[in-house]
Design a protein around this ligand. Sequence first.
Ligand SMILES: Cc1cc2nc3c(=O)[nH]c(=O)nc-3n(C[C@H](O)[C@H](O)[C@H](O)COP(=O)(O)O)c2cc1C
Length: 232
Amino acid sequence: MTIQEAIQVRHSVRQYKDTAIEAEKIAQLQALIDECNREAGVHIQLVTNEPNAFSGGLAKYGKFSGVSNYLAMIGKKGSAEAIGYCGEKIVLLAQMLGLNSCWVGLTFRKQPDKYEIREGEVLNSVIALGYGATQGVQHPQKKSFDDVAKIATTDGVCPEWFRAGVEAALLAPTAVNQQKFLFVLHDNNRVEAKPNYLLIGSYVHTDLGIVKYHFEVAAGKENFEWINCSTD
Ligand SMILES: Cc1cc2nc3c(=O)[nH]c(=O)nc-3n(C[C@H](O)[C@H](O)[C@H](O)COP(=O)(O)O)c2cc1C
């Protein structure tokens, strides 16, 4: 499966089979985690064979079952966008390896003895990983291309790569499927990505990192450069 196909077929999966992830796949995931931690300065950790985070009432409320592997999405305060970007990179690799996933901000129980949180770091969220009971379903599309994209070039033309990037971003996971983001195309192929919201909501910066990764994959990094990166 290509990464473009992974973007199309990935959906959040909350029920998992009792099937262990093979050591070879764990090694591939770990190699990418190590690369992300090194390059983006985050502290993502893979936790395996740990059912407690998803065994309480909150997990049931969130309709989770059978989760015993997850990524602890840890980074310094203010690194939510990097966490989103790196986490989605790992999610799409997992999908290419035949695994399923679900980002989880709320409906799990923290297990502080299962991962390391250094001084100045926070646990942003976790990502459930494993073999899904199903492949999930496409999320309802609350937003259209015109809701989340703006052409601010002098000629007003929308290049194909920009459209492809925005369409891939619309397929990305966002907290409560809020899709509160905006991509603006400026002259000289510069793209601005920002949260599009009136009130500051939780996870908008994590979501922004996630959708920027989808955009980059589909638009092609060689076609544009980012401007005005958001801070949180
Ligand atoms: C940062 C973040 C936090 C999330 N938190 C939860 C959560 O606590 N519980 C849950 O069931 N789903 C959670 N989700 C999954 C979203 O509900 C899901 O991505 C969205 O509805 C879109 O569906 P899709 O992932 O199938 O495309 C979260 C997603 C993101 C990106």
